[in-house]
Design a protein around this ligand. Structure first.
Ligand SMILES: [Zn+2]
Length: 268
């Protein structure tokens, strides 16, 4: 079995992840806090094993779609594994994961609201003859977001320009936050107007623009979002998005990754 530092993985994983396999395995191990089998803690020195469940199918245009669900276990609890299930050929249910931050500029004293989000499971596609590509990152780049080369949020804020003109962040009086690209909803969240953290974030966001950072291979823990693996794997994109006051209480229509008309719809 091939191994990356302390984590072993199934050799068939490389047929999906290619050159990014080792970084993917290392990122999964670094993000794990407990064994998925026995639920005891994992540490950097424990021999670990990576299990990946891949679900995939081929769309009628020949594009293959894959979603990846990853588990880290002690090697004594479960050996490395890879399963492949023939499933969706494009539509899939996603669960968004997100963190909201307020960034302070030490020079000017100004504040910027940031939204960091990903979807689980990770969704990738491969066009005939092409490479495996992140569906979310592709959708973001098509909408004027820019690849983030580093994981430092302050650096990303400094280097990021505006997203495309039809990308907006409507926020309602009731605290419903939406990220829209044209008619498509990319992210949707009800903030709690009674929660001080949510209220503070909304106040900063309403003053102008939000730094939106999205991608694959992000992990969220109590210390905040960890963007290291995403930046290393080239699956992190960012854009400045204007916040607009909205009277609409709920977003309408299907949540979708915008792009070509037959891109997979996303539902929460
Ligand atoms: Zn275990």
């Amino acid at each position: 079995m091939p191994a990356t530092s302390s984590v072993e993985w199934d050799p068939d994983l490389e047929s999906f992840k290619g050159r990014s396999t080792t970084t993917y395995a290392a990122a999964a191990a670094a993000a794990a806090t407990e064994c998925a089998a026995c639920h005891m803690p994992v540490t950097a020195r424990t021999p670990l094993a990576l299990s990946v469940d891949v679900t995939g199918g081929t769309h009628e245009d020949g594009t293959e779609y894959f979603s990846f669900e990853t588990q880290i276990c002690h090697r004594v609890c479960r050996p490395p594994a890879l399963t492949f299930t023939v499933g969706h050929s494009s539509p899939i249910e996603f669960t968004p994961q997100a963190a909201r931050l307020i960034l302070q500029n030490p020079l000017t004293g100004s504040s910027t609201a940031a939204l960091v989000f990903t979807y689980l499971p990770m969704m990738s596609f491969r066009e005939p003859g092409g490479e495996l590509t992140s569906a979310l990152v592709t959708a973001l780049l098509r909408n004027g977001f820019q690849l983030a080369m580093g994981a430092d949020v302050g650096g990303i804020l400094r280097d990021t320009g505006p997203a495309a003109g039809d990308v907006t962040c409507p926020v309602t009086d009731a605290g419903v936050l939406t990220l829209r690209a044209g008619q498509a909803t990319m992210y949707h969240e009800q903030l709690d107007p009674a929660d001080p953290d949510d209220t503070a974030w909304l106040a900063v966001a309403r003053s102008g623009t939000v730094l939106v950072i999205g991608g694959d291979n992000l992990t969220f823990n109590s210390a905040g979002p960890d963007l290291d693996a995403a930046a290393q794997l080239g699956t992190l994109a960012a854009g400045m998005v204007p916040v607009i006051a909205s009277t609409q209480d709920r977003s309408e229509g299907t949540t979708a990754l915008p792009g070509s008309a037959d891109d997979p719809p996303v539902t929460e």
